[in-house]
Design a protein around this ligand. Sequence first.
Ligand code: ZN
Length: 247
Amino acid sequence: MGGEQIRLKPVREDWQRALVVVAHPDDMEFGASAAVARWTDQGKHIAYCMVTSGEAGIDGMSPDDCRVVREAEQRESCRIVGVDEVEFLGLPDGVLEYGLPMRRAISAVIRRHRPEIVITGNLRDSFGPGMLNMADHIVTGQAVLDAARDAGNRWVFRELLDDGLEPWNGVRLVAAGGSPQATHGVDIGDYFAAGVESLKAHKLYFEAFGDNTPDMEEMLEGFARMAGAQLGVKLATSFEVYPLQFL
Ligand SMILES: [Zn+2]
């Protein structure tokens, strides 16, 4: 650890409304949810939108049964970090495609919530050396980056106007958690425990590992110490920040 250099800048916190858009239940809970706990404790408003319900995540359980349990577990996970608005777009888990339907759906959610920042997951090819990312995460992150700008353009997805969804061009940045090219960090020292609890709320998913269930607290602490060293604090979580406005 001694060789780590401080290379992350603090994520700015001069905003009031954020929207999380990720592919699956549990995508936020490998670090980013602890930052959400910090921000809701500051009085910020954060809503979650899950593109799928993670219904294809358990081999021994049919998607229809799985969806119900995973949605409930995500709601509980959100409650732990101070979030009570959670919605599920219902796109198909495991086979998400980048394209206009997904951009339109996410644009609509952004117009409804009118966030200043949008949080998503890692859209790079990997999480780091030897840790491949997967298509659902990559296409969701790409669609979020585009939808954040589509949301502000009156002449893109004009049918949204018919639903009363006026353009919203107030998204200042998109922050992607878990990126191997992270640029920014958030001190989660006081919120690490909440982050661990929010991950443990995904009981069904972790039960599927059986005897091979990882020690979640140990795993999260490893990530948080590494990001902490790069931010100059004990425990942190990191984001790759994509600025959309130069203010
Ligand atoms: Zn995922």
